[in-house]
Design a protein around this ligand. Structure first.
Ligand code: SF4
Length: 245
């Protein structure tokens, strides 16, 4: 089993992409934003490249061990997608990742009145790239499994996080107790929120792609505005080759 590993991602691995960043702000591909928006994006990317320090910790865990972590403080919804998915996994790994303290501090400084528009853009760029830290962590874990002969073309990896889809946010407590997040500068506050703000956490589930399929008809789905599970499940159809070092 893989030990806990600290991974320092390169900026090239998590670089921003304009279209999805714009889409996260409600700008669709058919829209024609003003040159001011494009300039803000360029300034945001420049700041991002100067300040981001992407890193993650990945720690493999057994299904039995994760069952205990998933239970958390007993506040999860009674029936959730993840509780049906993880027992069918071939491999599991806990992860935490961050873009570092500097970029979160700069977003707060800009949003606090120094330059709200640039702060908003930098926040959008950083959110997109924090998500890429999750994706790169998935790819790192998959690559490890492929090297060990524990994954093949039918294997898909997806991350699931406390605070989403019935896994209560208080699940962060046991998750963080199992990781040395301080090694990459991540702390958890009393409300289970992470500092720095642009950080991600959860469990990476590896297995046949069918284990990730489910219908989004849980009671809590009625309140969901994003329905990101549909996009995530669709993304499993494609086999994305793992990048070589
Ligand atoms: S519809 Fe929303 S809440 Fe329901 S499983 Fe999908 S992403 Fe989660």
């Amino acid at each position: 089993m893989m030990k806990s590993e600290v991974i320092n991602f390169s900026l090239a691995e998590i670089e921003p992409v304009r279209t999805p960043v714009f889409q996260s702000q409600g700008i669709t591909p058919g829209d024609k934003p003003s040159h001011v928006v494009y300039e803000l994006y360029e300034d945001g990317v420049e700041l991002f490249l100067k300040l981001a320090e992407p890193a993650a910790i990945i720690s493999e865990i057994s299904i039995r061990e994760f069952a205990e972590i998933y239970t958390g403080e007993g506040k999860n919804e009674k029936n959730t997608p993840l509780e049906h998915i993880f027992p069918r996994a071939t491999n599991l790994a806990l992860f935490v990742g961050t873009l570092g303290e500097k970029i979160s501090r700069e977003i707060s400084r800009l949003l606090d009145g120094c330059d709200f528009a640039l702060g908003f853009m930098l926040d959008s760029v950083a959110s997109f790239c924090a998500d890429k830290v999750s994706k790169m962590s998935e790819q790192y874990f998959l690559k490890t499994l492929l090297k060990r002969g524990q994954a093949d073309n039918s294997t898909r990896v997806l991350n699931y996080s406390p605070g989403y889809c019935g896994w209560d946010i208080s699940g962060q407590g046991k998750l963080f107790a199992s990781l040395h997040s301080e090694e990459i500068g991540i702390r958890l506050n009393e409300s289970y929120l992470m500092t720095p703000l642009k950080s991600v956490s959860g469990v990476i589930v590896a297995g046949d792609r069918k284990i990730h399929y489910f219908k989004n008809n849980y009671p809590f789905c009625k309140e969901c505005k994003t329905r990101t599970c549909r996009y995530r499940i669709r993304s499993l159809e494609a086999w994305i080759p793992v990048r070589e070092d």
